[in-house]
Design a protein around this ligand. Sequence first.
Ligand SMILES: O=c1ccn([C@@H]2O[C@H](COP(=O)(O)O)[C@@H](O)[C@H]2O)c(=O)[nH]1
Length: 280
Amino acid sequence: MTLEPFGGRLRRAMDERGPLCVGIDPHASLLAEWGLNDDVAGLERFSRTVVEATADRVALLKPQSAFFERFGSRGVAVLEKTVQEARAAGALVVMDAKRGDIGSTMAAYAEAFLHKDAPLFSDALTVSPYLGYGSLAPAVALARESGAGLFVLALTSNPEGGEVQHALRADGRNVGATMLAHLAAENAGEGPLGSFGAVVGATLGDLSAYDLDVNGPLLAPGVGAQGATPADLPRVFGSAVRNVVPNVSRGVLRHGPDTVALRDAVERFAREVRSAVTSV
Ligand SMILES: O=c1ccn([C@@H]2O[C@H](COP(=O)(O)O)[C@@H](O)[C@H]2O)c(=O)[nH]1
């Protein structure tokens, strides 16, 4: 069965549930805070708890692959289960694996995450365009075929990102802006929202120098532990805020393992994001 394109599914989820992405980032320190061992059983309990507490109420869940890969093949097995259970419970899943390579290898990464029969199939995948945007072509093609989406690292939330993303090209445009322009071209004519989004940090301050209107979603990490707040979103994103899905990982996860406390934290962020977005 072919899925409806990711952009349409995400738009609906954002409208119905509110535009919030909760990260599943099983840091060793969080496992300890939750009273869990830093092992595969702890990883599994942590991830299942987050899915049970949140998957029926948030638009997007974002497992951070690194924290699962840390445990080798058994960690990846937990990641597979986490994705499948989150999707079965009604959330869209963006796999945060930030893959990027030459085109022929990128095709294999795409098969791993975006082929509809892959064990790790996810509704969307984060990808790095820093081997050249064109190197992502196999992932774009397979995402279109499967009804999945991509989130391309354009302007990341970390302060070190600027040395690459703010670098000026010969035409005077910077690298981050160039990635946004590629995405606008990818999403041209798509509705209600294109499936090819950008990662743009909520921590970056005023982005009015950029054309953020890529007709696709803007995944905005940085809210919570990295210091940005929902109230910052209109100032950072301007009118593009209507397509922003802020990500919160540690800001929610630190309220676990109690399910009610996790849900309360999600509701609080969701309410604040809704009110910030509708103020524009
Ligand atoms: O620019 C980026 C891209 C991805 N991330 C990821 O988002 C979460 C943020 O976690 P917090 O605990 O809310 O800080 C994490 O998985 C990062 O790898 C990002 O922060 N910035």
